[in-house]
Design a protein around this ligand. Sequence first.
Ligand code: 3HC
Ligand code: NAI
Length: 681
Amino acid sequence: MTGQVHIERERDVAVLVIDNPPVNAGSTDVRRALMAAIATVTADADVKGAVLIGAGRSFIAGSDIREFDLPLAPPEMPQVIAAIEAAAIPFVAALHGAALGGGYELALGCDWRLAAPGTVVGLPETTLGIIPGAGGTQKLPRLVGRPRAIDLIATGARVGADEALGLGMIDAIATGDLRQDAVALAARVAGQKRRVIDMAVPDAPGLDEAIARASRRARPHVIHAIDCVRMAGSVAAADGLAQERALFQTLRIAPEARALRHIFFAERDAARGHPDRAARPLPVDRFGVIGSGTMGAGIATAILLAGKPVVLIDSDAAALDRGLAAITAALEEALRRGKIDAAKAQAARANLTTSLDLAALSACDLVIEAVFEDLDIKRDLVARLDAILRPDAILATNTSYLDIDAMAAATSHPDRVIGMHFFSPAHIMKLLEIVRAGQSSDLAMATGFGVARMLGKQPVEAGNSFGFIGNRIYAAYRAACEFMLEDGALPQDIDAALQEFGFAMGPFAVADLSGLDIAWRMRRARAHLRDPADRYVDIPDRLCEAGRFGRKTGAGYYRYEDGKPRPDPEVEAMILAASRDRGIARAPLAKGDIPWRAMAAIVNEAAHVLSEGVAIRPGDIDVVLVNGYGFPRWTGGPVHWARQQDVAALTMACARAARMTGPGHVPADLKVLGITGDHRS
Ligand code: 3HC
Ligand code: NAI
């Protein structure tokens, strides 16, 4: 045993077992132990071949990302790989679980790659703001050609064993025991070397198309990755490797990679929920969904895609038929896109039961309601379910804004009521807020998190506050954008500036897409709660009064021609009139001001959300905004972004936002978000 690598012997084959739980990340200690083990086995004349294999659930999940903020200690991964390539004996990489990043690059340094069924291989470095740094950009093209290597590296694709075999990323899939098959292979090829780096880069068609695909809206590090792949085979191998490594080292400590690492770990922290919760999730095998509209159909699809049975209920037969059609279409789409195979699609269809009768839910372990956003309707439903659901069944509501405590008060089992706030389309969007109401039990919350994992969602715990984490912060953001409309900007100015900041879409394009009528209805229902002193922009009301409900009516903040948004002079006239009616002298906003005003609103509300305990960690807010609201991932989310800013500039922006908002503004203490100026990188 050499630290985290054990050497075991199987006749004249040495088996190097990498053992660094939970995922065998390639830490400094692992690299040191590997280097020592390689030296030991290559010095032993009786050893004719070697196998590299991982203990536990993975081969190697990649370099240890936690070490990336520090100077890397020797030996670095390229040195370990060079030692394998320099050895006279063949090395077989025996892969299982994840062989990603530096882990797959280690495998690319070996002479043969054998994988257990179910292994996932790939180079996901670009998703972390870096490029493969241990030969990946130079070796993968030698196996799969440059165009395919560009596709794989630019998207950070994780490739299953069957596809990897088809592409040439691995040599074989083990048919028996992985270790025994690998040992047999190493013994069979004793005396042979087969270095990937010595192979020629094959000619493959479609290079220009692959470059164009990968470059579209690409971040700078992705362009570097593409350039490295293009270089493979056209410069001496050693030069290609050296240039790749130099770029990797620069990118690794750059702000964007730091931000992406932050969000990587924030996502994993968020998925744990409250750190003090000891309860273990209940097993959930039978699901019920009530309401077969947009959300209910999407949630049922997500459950079916995860291979679980669902009973879908609606009180309206026509709505149930529409829900069924939407689910069928979504499953067909998943099949067409290769997300599921024909057998899984067939099983998913067979797993769906529909009914107009709530009694069909009596055997369910967890029921999610997605009926109209109306408290009376939901309370009535919750009360009726008391006599139907098993006493230990969990009841989740997908409400966007309603008070879950008020709903839970309608049942004699309020402890089993939680919120499970999905995002539309629910079978695609990863974010899932798990909402803790006043009496939600730890068991119910833990089960909500367990179900989120089962569905492949990104769970985040939220408190029961109006709009939870995401919609509440988004509402503050949208309000700030509406103030800018009234103060002097047009929807297209604001959308363009925020898209340039990095948002997937501007707020007004988003509003048009989701429809303006729902928020209009809600504003009217809550009008009596509004403080007349608060600044209220009535431009969205004016649009709705004119029948402009967004994309679905062909007009909203924009006019839609052939599905494409166009700025509309009619909207401009409405906005100018609204400013005039409020006595506001419009003044054009500087382009740079728009993101600052929007971000000040987001950061201020984020600080409230955290100090009120609606979010339990600052990172959870980043996870919500990045996964549910198109906030640019490469900034690390709004809290991480704010921590990188000059504190004085941020404080000034918040003070200005306070002036723009007027009496409705409640300034928050930004220190709760850790905004001290000490985090800047
Ligand atoms: N470094 C450090 N820690 C890592 C890690 C890594 N590369 N990969 C996973 N972990 C940690 C996680 O933070 C988590 O820790 P926690 O329990 O304390 O929260 C634990 O391992 C388990 O991870 P997951 O919760 O993600 O477990 P899953 O089973 O859901 O997923 C996985 C496993 C598919 C391996 C997933 O963790 C993953 O995708 N990891 C990152 C893979 C990656 O991006 N590798 C490239 C790294 S960069 C690189 O290799 C550079 C090279 O080119 C030189
Ligand atoms: P929808 O109007 O598309 O569907 C609601 C369905 O519930 C309809 O088919 C209706 O017939 C059915 N229904 C109403 N009362 C019922 C009852 N008592 N019993 C059984 N069925 C009943 O609504 P949508 O958009 O799917 O929203 C549902 C819930 O999800 C709401 O609470 C909403 O706030 C929430 N939500 C909506 C999102 C969205 O983007 N649409 C996003 C996240 C949450």
